[in-house]
Design a protein around this ligand. Sequence first.
Ligand SMILES: [Mn+2]
Length: 335
Amino acid sequence: MDVYQPIIDAINKSKRILITTHVRPDGDALGTTSAMVMGLRQLGIESEVLLLSHLPTKYAFIYRDNGIVHHDVEKGWPQAFPWDRYDCLLVMDTGTWSQLPGLKDQLNRFQGIKLVLDHHLTQEDWADIKLVVTEAAAAGEICGELLERMGVQFDHAIATSLFLALITDTGWFQYSNTRPFTLRLAARLMEAGVDSDRLYKLLYQNERFERIALQTRAMQSLKLLGEGRLAVLQVSRQDFLETRADVPDTENLINLPLQIKSVEVSILLTEPVEGVGPVRVSLRSKGGVDVARFAQPFGGGGHARAAGLKLEMTLKEAGEKVVGTMLETLGAGGV
Ligand SMILES: [Mn+2]
């Protein structure tokens, strides 16, 4: 059976769709939701976006340029979120509650159909219809395919949104998740008028000094363990305070130690800026260790080469716990 048809039927039956995505949305999450809103508009289907975090400055242009308005519930849900306005909830780029804080409790007030469109391996069974394509490099790939099948024309705005999704999740087509489909889609998006030079400047030549200062501090914490196979970085609350940087400024940091030849796995421990909440542990692998599987017993998840988890302990304790377990994993020849 065609895996796209059930979700297409559900969308076609909907009058107004609420589209949401994971907490701390990245370029895939925002590009995909933006493309979806505009694609649905072409089809005469109304939709609105719900973000569980503030719109990050780095990617805000994609919503601003395209006039995408959104509900922002990072600071809390309104007394009466208008759930009865929507007959469909479409969750993009995640399928797990841990990535959707607060949403599960809200949904007992929602009567409509629940859809998931995602490319992550880790999934939970709560949606009515799921379209999960784990070979897809980005949720944007699945969204692009879906919109084309629904008869949407890629205009400049939709193409730019989908291109943002692709380049974010593939590191501008460098990561191993890049597949021929990704490049063929990218080619069609460029034909539809994507200004890739502008996107490159917006994403890679647009940093604040505070971010580079934080990266410098984090790199000074770099430790190589397990005969150089494991790299560990940490960002403490103190680092945030002294550099005036914020959590989004840790983005991409974890990839830097992978430049070292001997490193197989990179771990980044991030202490909460406010001093409350769990330590965030990000994991990257060159392929020998499945870090999604590693993260699972800790309640985390993700992809084989990029995953994360959270630990309710001090930075030091979290470091000892994760590093110890990872060294055992590496000692056992990887999982
Ligand atoms: Mn994604």
